[in-house]
Structures are given as C-alpha cells and as structure tokens.
Design a binder for this molecule. Sequence first.
Ligand code: SDX
Length: 429
Amino acid sequence: MADKKAQLIIEGAAPVELPILTGTVGPDVIDVRSLTATGRFTFDPGFMSTASCESKITYIDGDNGILLHRGYPIEQLAEKSDYLETCYLLLNGELPTAEQKAQFVSTVKNHTMVHEQLKTFFNGFRRDAHPMAVMCGVVGALSAFYHDSLDINNPQHREISAIRLVAKMPTLAAMVYKYSMGQPMMYPRNDLTYAENFLHMMFNTPCEIKPISPVLANAMDKIFILHADHEQNASTSTVRLAGSSGANPFACIAAGIAALWGPAHGGANEAVLTMLDEIGDVSNIDKYIAKAKDKNDPFKLMGFGHRVYKNRDPRATVMKQTCDEVLKELGITNDPQLKLAMRLEEIALTDPYFIERSLYPNVDFYSGIILKAIGIPTSMFTVIFALARTVGWISHWKEMLSSPYKIGRPRQLYTGYESRDITKLEDRK
Ligand code: SDX
C-alpha cells in the first residue's frame, strides 16, 4: 500500500486529503473511509467504481482479458489442473503438494453424502419447481443439520463448513435434478473423481450403472474450474455482505445462490439457450441484433457483455475449445445451436454498437451448449454454475472472516419527503 494522496476540494470547505492505496497489480483505490468526517458519502449505485474490500484470491484485468486465481492464469488451471486442486488453491492460497492433494481429495470424498433426512425436505417442493428455487431451499436448510460447525469465529468450524459445502453441492445438485425427474436419488461413490461422481449421480439409476465418459467428465471438470471464482461479482458480494452480519456459512451460500439466479448474472447461461431457441435461425439474427441495440427494447444479447471484461472473457475462449471437444466426442458435427451461436458472435463482433461498448461473449455464452450436449437440461444450468462457484463464495467468506471486518451497511442519497405530520383518515382527500 503506497502513501500517495488524493485531495478533494469541496466548495466552501477545507480540502480533504484521502490516502491512495496500491495493490499488487491493478488500479489504485482512493480510501474514502475518512469522508464521513466531512458529513458526506460517496455515491456509486451498482458499485461501478467502488472497491468493497481487499482480497488476495482472484484478479481480473478486464482490458486485457486476464483472470488469475491466486496468481495462476485461468488458462493454465483449465489445462494443467483439476477442479479439486483449484478448490484447494482458492481456499488455501497455494497449489497443494501431492500429499496435500491426496488428503484434500479424501476429505472431500468423505463428506459427499448428505443427512438422510434431507431427502424428505425435497418432498415439500413441486416436481416442476425451478431447480434454482430448490437449491436455494436445500442449501439454506443445511444449517438445520450441521449445528456442530456454525461458530463463524472458530477457524475449525469455518474449515469443516467449507469442506462440507464443496463436497455436498454436487450431491445436492444431482438430487435436485433426480427429484425433478421423479427418479431415485443416487448416492455418491468414493471410487469416482469429483466430476465423474457428479455425472454418475445425475445420469445413473439403481437399475443401470453406466461407465462415465472420460471426455465428458473432463469437460465437466473444466466447466467447474471456469466457474470457480470471479472477484467481487454480484453473488460473491452478496455472500460477503451476508457473512458480515455473522450469518452461518450455509445461509450465506444460499444468499449467493439466490443472487446468482438472475439472468444478468449466473442465470445468463440458461437465458442464452432460451435466446438461441427464440432466434431459431441465422436469418433472424439481424432482427435480434437490432432489438439488442434498441434502447426501448429490454432485450439484451444474453452471454454478451461484462462489467469488468472490455476484451474477450478468457473463460469464454476455453469454454469454446471445450465445446468443440465435447461435440466432436459425441459425434455432434453440425449442432444447429452452436452454428447459430458462432454466427451470432461473428455478426455481433463486427457491429459498431458492440465494438464501441466492448461487448464480447462471456463465460455464459458457450457453456450452455456444452451442458446441453452432455444431457443436462437448461433449467439446471445455473445450478451447475452455483455448484462450481461455491468454492469461490466460501473462499471469500473465509478471507473476510480471517481478518478484522465490519458489517456491510451502505448509506444512501435520500430524495424522499422531509418530516411531515399525519393527517386524520377522514381529512385525507
Ligand atoms: C456473469 O461480475 C461477474 O464477474 C459476473 C460473472 C461471474 O463469473 O461471476 O462473470 C458471471 O454474470 C457474466 C454476465 C452474464 N450476463 C449476461 O450475459 C447478460 C447480458 N449482459 C448484460 O446484462 C450486461 O452486459 C452485464 C449485466 C453483464 C454488464 O452490465 P453493466 O456492466 O452494468 O453494463 P451496462 O448494462 O451499463 O452496459 C453498457 C452498455 C449499455 O448501453 P448504453 O447505455 O451505453 O448505450 O452496453 C449495453 C447497455 O445497454 N449492453 C448490452 C449488453 N450488455 C451491455 N446491449 C445489448 N446486449 C447486451 N448483452
């Protein structure tokens, strides 16, 4: 942190000196904490230019399309690591040694089952409930089962809660899917990898246990890595805010799942497939590009644009490569939705409207096509995102609680009525 200063000149008041803080990489920040002494606040709806915290977990360089997890580029993690190793890195700050990795994998495997009574919890939902609605409910309900690890001030409790959440999310996600299908829920197996286990619980039944395709398991693992964490996005900020009140980790993650559900955020992967279905044919692309540009039309090109990336989202690049691998493995040579998506990308990226606003495909643009090819229904796409992002959420939650913090409580610019007296009901006009 450097000792540079900013000076704020307020008409009719003494200048205010504000420290400028410098990180390892990335933009400096102006520390405005002392501004309250002037009786004023900063005003920044949507946090367009506000840093909410200091963090060492993930760094995004939006102008250059760079994403680092604890300093490691996402491309290297996707190519040379695996999801559980990435989880260890995000949670602990360093890649594990072979011994540490074996221990971590074994610990996670031994926490993949959920309390048997949680099964009955599902019966309260309609079978056709949106899977994200069920996920919000069952993950929040975990705090009703694990009373032995809810003391957020106890590092051991924080550790076991993190492990339980990473381990149980695939089991819960698969249970949500099986419940919607009216099929028996499958127990996790300790002889499978994390991604293989998820696909096993999703697509096998007690009647038939099919071997899991290594290519599909590898693609699933890569999708988990690409969604693992992403700085202070809306859902991670929600988890931090919920955690700052002292809420238990399961309630905080349920809050993150709720925030992720929105189509402007994690719900975009489901919305991309819905949009591609609505466009239907390449001949309709121009009409929808025009709708996306029309300020009077709420339609946006789903899977395009990002608050931070003003260059290609590096995850979209890896996702597209994975998409090609999976479709090739499955012998899907001319997937109509992939062809439509690629043509849409081509046209959008030559259109001045998108170029001027640096609107590129983001992580959600191609992920849905892969998930659909693997056999995952569209309504489960954001559940997959939540499954993968849980490690990012809980890493930020742990980081926040590991050093002094205050409850998050933004202020406001009030433009409502000044104080006024109530008139009697009979006198109101
Ligand atoms: C994720 O934050 C994260 O890191 C999120 C995430 C993660 O890993 O956690 O990366 C995951 O949420 C990815 C984003 C998924 N969402 C979508 O694909 C939905 C479509 N995208 C848009 O809703 C939008 O791009 C956002 C929400 C992603 C970003 O919105 P911003 O930063 O608030 O930008 P903006 O809405 O102010 O857009 C700037 C301009 C506007 O036009 P002008 O007012 O300048 O004329 O670009 C336009 C917008 O209208 N614009 C779009 C557009 N996205 C932005 N126009 C058409 N189609 C789009 N997709």
